[in-house]
Design a protein around this ligand. Structure first.
Ligand code: HEM
Ligand code: HEM
Length: 146
């Protein structure tokens, strides 16, 4: 169970990162080039939201099974335990919230340029938070532990 969840959570990161990049590139071009907001833009941001929410759910279940998540007097003094118990969750949660807000607020906007801009900026912030957080985990951003 634990291994399966870890591998799924590990593997899904690549799909989240690829979709994030796709949404960022597409919406930045749309924003700066003043292009219409198309069905593809809508689909891409929906897929990104769904995979991000699944990733969040997998992480949540994993949190209660991982040997690296511990609540003891040593947790804060041990950088590995602190990272997996506190830092990873808090930072990733911020990224998940940014991706969700990007989608739900842009959906309600009327102007295409504003929708592109909202998706571009919020998802860029999420992308950098995720990259830095994975890097801080010390297992490599593109590790093959799948
Ligand atoms: C976009 C969001 C997230 C991304 C991209 C992400 C990415 C990752 C990566 C790359 C790993 C390392 C996997 C490996 O060693 O192969 C990992 C592990 C883990 N993540 Fe996340 N994560 C996200 C959100 C979350 C959330 C929200 C939680 C908790 C609520 C969480 C909890 C965990 C736990 C418990 C581990 C396992 C540590 C272990 O036992 O080795 N993650 N995550
Ligand atoms: C505990 C886990 C989850 C939480 C707390 C959560 C929370 C949310 C929130 C806050 C929204 C935004 C609503 C809005 O537009 O204002 C949302 C939308 C959505 N979530 Fe989740 N979610 C979770 C798990 C999932 C999972 C597992 C999936 C997919 C299998 C999923 C798919 C979606 C979809 C499709 C939308 C609406 C997309 C749209 O049309 O904009 N969520 N969720």
């Amino acid at each position: 169970m634990y291994q399966g969840l870890l591998h799924s959570h590990s593997g899904l990161r690549y799909i989240v990162l690829i979709l994030l990049l796709a949404v960022i590139v597409k919406s930045t071009i749309g924003w700066l080039g003043k292009k219409p907001f198309t069905g593809i833009d809508n689909k891409l941001s929906l897929w990104l939201l769904i995979t991000t929410h699944i990733q969040f759910l997998l992480g949540l279940v994993l949190y209660f099974q991982s040997p690296w998540v511990q609540f003891s007097g040593d947790t804060m003094g041990n950088s590995q335990l602190r990272y997996w118990t506190v830092e990873h969750v808090v930072a990733m949660l911020i990224a998940v919230v940014l991706i969700t807000i990007a989608r739900s607020t842009s959906k309600r906007m009327k102007e295409d340029e504003a929708r592109h801009k909202r998706l571009a900026i919020f998802n860029e912030m999420a992308f950098f938070i995720i990259l830095i957080t994975i890097w801080l985990g010390g297992r490599g951003i593109l590790s093959m532990n799948m």
